[in-house]
Design a protein around this ligand. Structure first.
Ligand code: NAD
Length: 299
């Protein structure tokens, strides 16, 4: 009998062999993630001998898992909940944005030295750049202060946004919102404020004065898919950007309200998701992810 390992389209050569670089994704739960499909297809498209695998790792097994990056000489890993903050104490260095966010979603292993990065904010800024929109000198209203909103605020401030007006509900993320304001003030020239989202007049006025409104709360996604923080199209103006970090559904209720208002630049979170992956891909491989191809085959 023939003893030959075959791939979907024939024998596997130059891929998944003794030279393959391994990239992980350490989170719990994580089997639902789209990242393995995105990265492995990008590696295959560029003929890069890398493999990306999910590892179901929570806080309890994180130290061993991070040490395994060094021991097994993995090229790096993504990190998601519940490990984004917890992982910091096991790393050697942090990027400036990671330090400011106090969170990591990407680890790069350079000869045993592990550096933590956060690429979600880069993903947000790049998704806008892809549409020929720069955040520089813009006024942005941002709802949220969690895992998505924090890097969005930090990276936008680092990339020259003029002012960020953060609105959040008074829940357990309020202290993080206060921390984001303090960190941005201490590290950048960006003007930043925090207001209770319950103050609807201030929220409405802020959106009216903004170039960009970004909702990073997850309102509009299951189980809140019939909800939006802005219900009245008259709050928006046509020449602004309305950006929802939600990527399922593709068109959220917020986006429909913005479209009804005639807003020209209305985006969901797919561009941000692809670009945060592309930023990590570049850190690991030094190559540009073929983002058009990934968008075409996955979304
Ligand atoms: P999170 O739980 O860390 O933060 C949620 C934020 O929304 C908090 O500030 C919270 O106070 C606020 N919030 C919660 N319920 C609210 C409500 N009913 N009204 C107003 N504010 C409310 O969540 P996260 O990880 O930041 O994710 C937020 C959204 O961003 C999700 O939809 C997620 O899928 C999306 N996301 C997208 C990307 C991307 O690449 N596109 C990346 C990360 C997260």
């Amino acid at each position: 009998m023939e003893n030959k390992i075959t791939g979907i389209n024939g024998p596997i050569t130059g891929w998944l062999d003794g030279h393959t670089y391994l990239i992980g994704l350490m989170a719990y739960p994580i089997r639902h993630s789209m990242s393995p499909t995105m990265h492995n297809n990008a590696f295959a498209k560029l003929g890069l001998n890398y493999a990306y695998l999910c590892f179901e790792v929570g806080n309890d097994k994180l130290e061993g898992a991070v040490n395994a990056i060094r021991t097994l000489d993995m090229r790096g890993s993504n990190v998601s909940m519940p490990n984004k903050k917890e992982v910091i104490k096991y790393l050697d260095k942090l990027s400036p944005a990671s330090k400011m966010c106090d969170a990591v979603n990407t680890i790069v292993n350079d000869n045993g030295v592990l550096t933590g990065y956060t690429t979600d904010g880069i993903g947000f800024v790049q998704a806008l750049k892809d549409e020929n929109i720069s955040v520089k000198d813009k006024v942005m209203t941002l709802t949220g202060a969690g895992g998505a909103a924090t890097p969005i605020a930090v990276q936008s401030a680092l990339d020259g946004v003029k002012e960020i007006r953060i609105f959040n509900i008074k829940d357990n993320k309020w202290p993080q919102a206060e921390k984001n304001v303090k960190t941005i003030r201490e590290n950048t020239d960006c003007k930043v404020s925090l207001t209770d989202l319950a103050d609807k007049d201030a929220f409405k006025k802020s959106i009216a004065e903004s170039d960009i409104y970004c909702d990073a709360t997850g309102v509009g996604m299951k189980p809140l898919e019939d909800m939006t923080l802005v219900e009245d199209p008259s709050w928006f103006h046509k020449d602004m950007v309305v950006f929802d970090t939600v990527y399922a559904p593709r068109t959220t209720k917020l986006m429909k309200v913005a479209q009804k208002a005639g807003v020209e630049h209305v985006f969901n979170g797919i561009g941000m998701m692809i670009e945060q992956g592309a930023a990590a891909f570049k850190l690991w491989t030094g190559k540009d992810m073929p983002t058009d191809y990934i968008r075409q085959i996955m979304f």
